[in-house]
Design a protein around this ligand. Structure first.
Ligand SMILES: [Zn+2]
Length: 109
């Protein structure tokens, strides 16, 4: 397994399970962290916001728009190509990583 695979699996798990370094999770489980998105103090940083509309991740969103130009969630989450695009988005954007996070390193031990 390469570091890329570990990172993409980690990010994918956070996206699917909703447990991770983003406001929606912080709002429920980590009251010391702000749930607002860095793009706008009035927006809660949800998974949907990060994937589909946050202006901070507009550039990596091109991976998603190649599969679904209108960001149809059914198409993205229910097809192999959609999941591949989501993985590329997650790795390029680092949207679900804690701020100042270092890349994960695979430890085979
Ligand atoms: Zn945002």
């Amino acid at each position: 397994m390469t570091p890329f695979n570990v990172t993409s699996e980690f990010l994918c798990h956070q996206c699917i399970m909703g447990h991770g370094f983003f406001g929606e999770y912080y709002q429920c489980f980590v009251p010391t962290e702000t749930p607002q998105c860095a793009c706008n103090d009035h927006i809660i940083q949800t998974r949907q916001h990060l994937l589909l509309s946050c202006p901070l991740y507009e550039h990596p969103r091109h991976h998603l728009m190649k599969v679904s130009p209108h960001l149809d969630q059914c198409l993205l989450f229910q097809s192999k190509h959609g999941w591949q695009a989501i993985l590329h988005f997650l790795c390029d954007s680092r949207a679900f990583l804690k701020a100042n996070a270092t890349p994960l390193v695979h430890d085979p031990g």
